[in-house]
Design a protein around this ligand. Structure first.
Ligand SMILES: *[C@@H]1O[C@H](CO)[C@@H](O)[C@H](O)[C@H]1NC(C)=O
Ligand SMILES: *[C@@H]1O[C@H](CO)[C@@H](O)[C@H](O)[C@H]1NC(C)=O
Ligand SMILES: *[C@@H]1O[C@H](CO)[C@@H](O)[C@H](O)[C@H]1NC(C)=O
Ligand SMILES: *[C@@H]1O[C@H](CO)[C@@H](O)[C@H](O)[C@H]1NC(C)=O
Ligand SMILES: *[C@@H]1O[C@H](CO)[C@@H](O)[C@H](O)[C@H]1NC(C)=O
Ligand SMILES: *[C@@H]1O[C@H](CO)[C@@H](O)[C@H](O)[C@H]1NC(C)=O
Ligand SMILES: *[C@@H]1O[C@H](CO)[C@@H](O)[C@H](O)[C@H]1NC(C)=O
Ligand SMILES: *[C@@H]1O[C@H](CO)[C@@H](O)[C@H](O)[C@H]1NC(C)=O
Ligand SMILES: *[C@@H]1O[C@H](CO)[C@@H](O)[C@H](O)[C@H]1NC(C)=O
Ligand SMILES: *[C@@H]1O[C@H](CO)[C@@H](O)[C@H](O)[C@H]1NC(C)=O
Ligand SMILES: *[C@@H]1O[C@H](CO)[C@@H](O)[C@H](O)[C@H]1NC(C)=O
Length: 661
């Protein structure tokens, strides 16, 4: 270990390496009733969703054929119209359901998950920092308790005391050590956090997390959500039918008043970190909230404006019960392979992102993914989702969002950007890196660390929805070009030939290109970014594997064009080599943490799920353990409950130990 390694890091690694062999806590999950394609490897699969090998069939090519060769990309060196807000490399972050943080972040402040550190370090190295939201529906009843109230060094537990019926999410007890764990992570890799204020009960608010988070996380705390999806509170019985945006604004007033009365914000910083309205676009439109004058009223208190949106849901499969109309993933696969899906999803927010700019507030897509209720088999966990996530993120950047977070839950969902293995398998299994992690990694590199980056969806005459192209600018000058090819055609006929020219600038003699590649849109795992991969299921310690492969493309200096070929399917990031970060510097080695998986025989004892379901586990039946948005209709919580009771799977926490590099 070099002397450049900060003392804190040395201390941390020493502490980690001294820590006793991993111990586990126990968590309960509902298995997911999935639509299983009959002619695929998934047909006989009975395990949890996160490792389902089932695949779909790539959709046919469009007829007539669409424009692919040549596609003119006529950039201009300066004065490009329509450039929007300046972006940070941390644009794409992660949203972790609060109740699974003890599987993903670590067991506690002294036992951190090393693969998580590595996965974050990869992004920090490209972007400068990474945004992680800890929250979701389980934040709404999270209650801070003293360390001694939860045994065995754990940071979380479900408190089922007093929970009646099936419609109440059991309160989540957590200790300050959860916050110390987050702080310790930030000291190692530059993770910045979002948290949520419990908002179900407002008289009085449960304020505990506010002073604790501000004090422990300090500047690593970016913001705190004032409620999560308040426009769904009525649906789930947390507010009366009359509850509307004005009432929500009144609750922010009550919160601030109570915080003052409790002297809960001695430095005054917490009161400047609120995030609102976090609506799911279910019952209220953003405009209805803006029209209450909430943003002006709480101008000094609001750090961000935010919404949450999933393009569709897979709730019938998860919670629908007998007779539910379960969506066949094959039928919706094409909807994830077209740029139009993103423009349609984002169109209702363009007015709001302009409004936010006018108010000087960054606008976030606080929680999103391929589909709520866990995503779709064969889509959310396939290369299709990687391209979809990247195009979505670039289009959000173009649309003046300032960031977005992909949600992840436990073992029972398809859409996780990354998943820790069940603890009974952690001696021989590593983590599984999912499709959307690659999107985030590539997005970090596409935007880069300059803080001056602007993204423009590039207009080309007759361009189809299958081959979106973006110009990426720093200080108004094009520095990179991002090209997506959603087509799936191994013959090579549908490869995109993008002919890049820069009016008012000089084309270099060559450009460097990094490819995001897979053999088809339905491939699962083993995608490569510039030749490196995180493997398939259970194959990653969070560090890219393989040798980086940067392609040099010679340009035509006479014609002043560079022609870049993008396979079908695939994505290319073209570095124009004009003084901005080069392909090589963008991919410089990352500070990473080696792992040593220790024997965990003690964790392999079988446990009766029925006992655990009422002890220290939590019940997926009370929903959203899966980290999903709530069902879009009154998809019955009773159905969720009865389903959850029907099939329980035990997963234990993996605590992987680090050894100094
Ligand atoms: C993490 O936080 C604890 C506080 O509980 C502190 O004592 C410890 O030194 C920190 N560990 C590391 C690895 O920084
Ligand atoms: C983004 O904001 C800029 C103003 O900063 C505006 O010109 C542009 O039209 C906006 N883009 C979209 C897609 O709304
Ligand atoms: C974390 O868990 C380990 C193993 O159970 C325990 O030895 C350690 O004391 C715990 N750390 C804290 C800060 O509670
Ligand atoms: C658990 O919940 C009950 C009922 O809300 C409450 O009285 C009790 O204090 C809680 N226990 C802990 C450890 O927070
Ligand atoms: C845009 O939002 C503003 C503020 O809420 C509203 O007054 C206006 O009507 C909206 N425009 C559209 C086209 O929705
Ligand atoms: C499923 O779809 C059919 C046909 O549209 C409809 O009649 C039926 O009510 C639906 N079932 C459920 C549970 O929604
Ligand atoms: C781990 O536990 C799960 C759930 O009980 C089970 O399906 C799986 O087979 C177990 N793995 C091993 C290696 O025992
Ligand atoms: C970008 O902004 C962050 C704060 O959000 C700052 O820490 C960082 O130093 C800035 N990077 C550059 C290159 O200015
Ligand atoms: C776009 O397509 C139309 C109809 O096929 C054609 O006439 C026109 O020349 C095309 N424009 C470009 C720039 O290729
Ligand atoms: C990924 O590639 C490795 C090595 O080629 C192989 O063993 C593994 O099965 C592949 N995983 C998937 C999910 O295809
Ligand atoms: C590097 O990537 C290029 C473009 O995909 C490919 O043609 C070449 O074979 C790769 N080289 C190696 C060593 O993998």
């Amino acid at each position: 270990m070099g002397s450049a390694v900060p003392a804190l890091l040395r201390l941390a690694l020493a502490l980690l390496s001294l820590t006793p062999t991993a111990l586990g806590t126990v968590t309960i999950y509902a298995t997911q009733a999935v639509f299983t394609p009959t002619s695929t490897p998934g047909a006989s699969y009975t395990g949890v969703a996160a490792y389902n090998p089932g695949t779909l069939v790539p959709p046919p090519l469009p007829t007539p054929a669409v424009l692919t060769n040549p596609i003119p990309v006529n950039l201009q060196n300066s004065g490009t119209p329509g450039l929007g807000v300046k972006q940070k490399g941390s644009f794409l972050g992660f949203s972790i359901e609060m109740s699974v943080t003890n599987q993903v972040l670590g067991k506690n402040s002294t036992l951190l998950q090393v693969p998580f550190l590595n996965l974050m370090a990869n992004i920090v190295q490209r972007a400068g920092s990474v945004m992680v939201r800890v929250g979701g529906n389980t934040q709404e009843s999270a209650h801070l308790v003293p360390v001694g109230d939860i045994l065995n060094g754990r940071v979380l537990s479900k408190n089922l005391t007093g929970v009646t019926g099936t419609t109440q999410t059991p309160p989540l007890d957590f200790t300050p050590d959860l916050l110390y764990m987050m702080r310790n992570i930030s000291e190692l890799v530059n993770v910045h956090w979002f948290l949520g204020i419990p908002w179900f009960v407002t008289q009085p608010f449960d304020l505990g997390i506010v002073p604790a988070a501000t004090e422990i996380l300090g500047d690593y705390l970016l913001g705190m959500q004032a409620g999560n999806e308040p426009d769904m509170y009525n649906l789930h019985g947390h507010r009366p039918a009359t509850y509307g945006p004005y009432d929500y604004g009144g609750e922010i007033h009550d919160f601030l008043t109570q915080l003052d009365a409790a002297n809960g914000d001695p430095t005054g910083r917490a009161k400047t970190l609120l995030i609102a309205p976090n609506i799911a676009d279910f019952d209220w439109t953003p405009e209805q909230v803006w029209d209450t004058n909430l943003v002006d009223t709480y101008n000094a208190n609001l750090a961000y404006l935010a919404v949450e949106k999933y393009p569709r849901d897979n709730c019938a499969a998860t919670f629908g019960g007998p007779g539910a109309n379960v969506t066949d993933p094959q039928s919706v696969l094409p909807l994830y392979l077209t740029h139009d899906a993103h423009t349609q999803l984002l169109a209702p927010y363009l007015n709001s992102t302009l409004y936010a700019q006018g108010k000087g507030k960054p606008f976030l897509m606080f929680e999103t993914n391929t589909a709520s209720c866990g995503g779709f088999l064969g889509i959310s966990d396939a290369f299709a989702a990687t391209l979809w996530g990247l195009d979505y993120a670039l289009q959000m950047a173009h649309s003046n969002f300032s960031g977005a977070m992909f949600h992840l839950g436990g073992q029972n969902v398809f859409y996780n950007p990354f998943t820790s293995p069940p603890t009974n398998e952690s001696t021989f299994h590593q983590w599984s890196v999912g499709s959307l992690y690659y999107s985030a990694l590539v997005m970090a590199e596409a935007i880069g660390p300059s803080n001056t980056t602007q993204v423009l969806n590039y207009g080309v005459d007759n361009l189809s929805s299958f081959t979106p192209i973006y110009g990426i600018y720093e200080n108004g000058t094009p520095v990179r070009v991002a090209i997506v090819n959603y087509l799936d055609d191994p013959s090579g006929t549908s490869d995109v030939h993008a002919v890049i020219a820069i009016a008012g600038g000089t084309i270099p003699s060559s450009v460097q290109v990094k490819y995001l590649a897979a053999s088809s849109v339905t491939q699962k795992g083993n995608y490569t970014w510039a030749g490196q991969t995180f493997g398939g299921f259970f194959e990653s310690d969070g560090r890219p594997m393989g040798t980086e492969n940067i392609t040099t493309v010679a340009c035509d200096t006479t014609a002043q064009t560079c022609t870049v070929v993008v396979p079908a399917p695939g994505f290319a990031l073209v570095f124009l080599n004009n003084g901005a970060s080069t392909a090589a510097t963008a991919g410089a080695p990352t500070q990473t943490y080696a792992t040593t998986a220790k024997t965990k025989m003690r964790n392999t004892a079988t446990v009766d799920p029925a006992v655990l379901s009422t002890s220290n586990g939590f019940r997926a039946s009370d929903h959203d353990l899966a980290g999903t948005s709530k069902p879009p209709s009154a998809a019955p919580r009773t159905a969720q409950a009865s389903f959850g009771a029907a099939g329980l799977v035990v997963a234990t926490v993996v605590a992987v130990l680090a050894r100094a590099l």
